[in-house]
Design a protein around this ligand. Structure first.
Ligand code: ZN
Length: 546
């Protein structure tokens, strides 16, 4: 990158320093800038940066001190911190869920056949003979003219729905987004929609292909306590029970109602109508509650011309803390890549903005969020308790787990096709002869799995990007093998460590790209939008008064 930049600068420097163009690429961020921060954030003394631990205190203090040192103003009314009140709910369901009303009663076993938990902040929730309904994909999507709840009263009932959306592996490109998962395919959405209709419980049928993960991934996430944001209604508007059942168990329930054959094929038919199974479910869940407060860290560089409008940078500072030791006996989940890298890159971007001769016209807000690993909680809190108005927030630019395998000729944009921000990336990438690709596995719904998603949900155009696989030094096959190696050997494991020979040049590439995108956005008067088919367009149009 260094050679290329020098070469490029010879051509662009006059125009750039004349201060008239924000379209020319400028790459001030180096790997060294980034590595120095990762070394601190991923140090063993931070104990894996888990919320509410000494790791939180140290990580958030470090980020705030760096913001201050750079000369950024506190982002929250004189403070660099935003309180994020959370509640930990430890659910213990009864060992079996009783299903009555069929030819013979059935008992589904916890962990083997089903998992369930509750968000309700009460001692006990109880399902008593709750009528069971098969509600297809459990989707209400006006832009796709789809409503699985049409004419259906599910109050007090238990709905069984399929994961992913009707388009997935249907062979129909125009059914939703074909094999690319929309938000309607995510389990989080299914829970929310069932709650909006007043269902007592929701169980998602686990099928490995459309879920993109195995049953043990589901059960693992139901073993300990879960963290949620505190809600004023104590989560009483959520279903009493939220969970999953295995495909085999679901087949038994459907068979008891005389429904056989491929569930997905049945549910994806345009004339599909929800089916009461004439069965009743009974289950008790006991809970233990614990209330705590974690923190987002926020700073602002005030815009020179339109300070009330802002470009937002996000990266989560938290990781998994101390846990099960690996084969080497290491039990600290340092999260050097996930996501000390994103925070480090954000700090490097802040430094680059401060160094600009022409101050950005719009404000630049830097937000390091908590609780990503626990369900994108810090970003959800900010997006639902924004400090800078959302309809004046031009974009969210997010970084999570940047690649540590050096520079690449390509960038990968998560959820490509969602909004106009990728066009900014394309145009800068073009200047350097680089390409932009979509995410590796669009059917897995990556766009809904990091913090930018919470901004998308409230309508703010959000971009999450990373290096692609086309390694400049070693080629694409090698790049892919490095991505695979990280996913299988280091992701969410104690070995996601910092070392002095970590290659952060690719991280610097991504940070530079987002710095350029943000700087261009900060000097425009227009607002980028969502593409026509995006499920987030309607909410943005509404908040912008369109
Ligand atoms: Zn993670």
């Amino acid at each position: 990158m260094k050679l290329r930049n020098t070469w490029l600068l010879a051509f662009v420097a006059p125009a750039f320093f004349a201060g008239c163009s924000h379209d020319q690429i400028n790459n001030p961020i180096t790997a060294t800038d980034i590595k120095s921060h990762i070394a601190v954030l991923a140090d063993d003394s931070l104990q894996g940066r888990k919320p509410f631990t000494i790791g939180e205190t140290k990580a958030t203090a470090y980020i705030a001190s760096q913001f201050k040192k750079l000369g950024l103003e506190p982002g929250n009314n004189g403070s660099y911190f935003q309180d994020v009140p959370m509640v930990e709910v430890r659910s213990t369901p009864s060992a079996t869920m009783k299903i009555s009303g069929g030819k013979a009663d059935m008992a589904l076993s916890f962990m083997t056949d089903f998992v369930a938990s509750t968000r309700r902040e009460v001692d006990t929730v109880q399902l008593k003979n709750s009528p069971v309904v098969f509600a297809g994909y459990g989707i209400v999507a006006p832009e796709y003219k789809w409503n699985d709840y049409a004419g259906l009263d599910v109050k007090g009932k238990t709905v069984i729905v399929l994961v992913n959306d009707p388009g997935f592996k249907s062979g129909e490109h125009n059914l939703f987004k074909g094999d690319t998962m929309t938000y309607y395919g995510r389990w989080t959405y299914k829970y929310e929609e069932a709650a909006r209709h007043g269902a007592a419980a929701i169980l998602i049928v686990h099928q490995a292909e459309p879920a993109s993960y195995a049953w043990n991934v589901v059960t693992n996430s139901f073993t300990g306590a879960k963290l949620y944001l505190q809600q004023s209604d104590k989560h009483m508007s959520r279903c009493k029970a939220e969970g999953w059942i295995t495909e085999d168990a679901a087949k038994k329930l459907l068979a008891a109602a005389g429904i056989t054959g491929d569930m997905r094929a049945i549910a994806r038919k345009r004339d599909f109508k929800a089916m009461p199974l004439n069965l009743n479910a009974s289950l008790v869940i006991q809970t233990k509650l614990k209330y705590s407060t974690s923190h987002n860290v926020i700073a602002v560089l005030k815009g020179s011309a339109r300070p009330d409008e802002c470009v937002l940078y996000t990266a989560h500072w938290d990781h998994l803390g101390i846990g099960k030791p690996d084969a080497k006996g290491d039990s600290i989940y340092n999260g050097a890549v996930d996501n000390a890298s994103g925070v480090a890159a954000t700090l490097a971007e802040a430094k680059a903005f401060i160094a600009l001769k022409d101050k950005p016209q719009r404000s630049i807000v830097f937000l390091a969020v908590t609780g990503e690993e626990q369900g994108l909680l810090g970003s959800e809190y900010y997006a639902t308790h924004p400090i800078f108005p959302l309809n004046k927030t031009v974009a969210d630019l997010n970084m999570d787990a940047l690649g540590s395998y050096g520079e690449t000729n390509d960038f990968s944009v998560t959820g490509k096709g969602q909004n106009d921000l990728e066009d900014y990336v394309e145009s800068f990438a073009k200047q350097e002869g680089r390409t932009v690709t979509g995410d590796k596995n669009p059917g897995a719904g990556g766009y809904y799995r990091s913090d930018h998603f919470n901004f998308a949900k409230v309508g703010v155009p959000a971009l999450d990007m990373n290096n692609g696989a086309a390694s400049i030094a070693h080629g694409t096959a090698w790049g892919k093998s490095k991505q695979k190696e990280y996913n299988e050997q280091h992701y969410h494991q104690p070995s996601d460590n910092y070392s002095a020979d970590m290659d952060a040049n690719g991280m610097a590439e991504v940070a530079n790209m987002l710095f350029n995108v943000g700087n261009k956005l900060a000097n425009e008067t227009t607002f980028p939008g969502w593409k026509d088919k995006s499920e987030f367009k309607a909410v943005r149009d509404k908040s912008m008064g369109k």
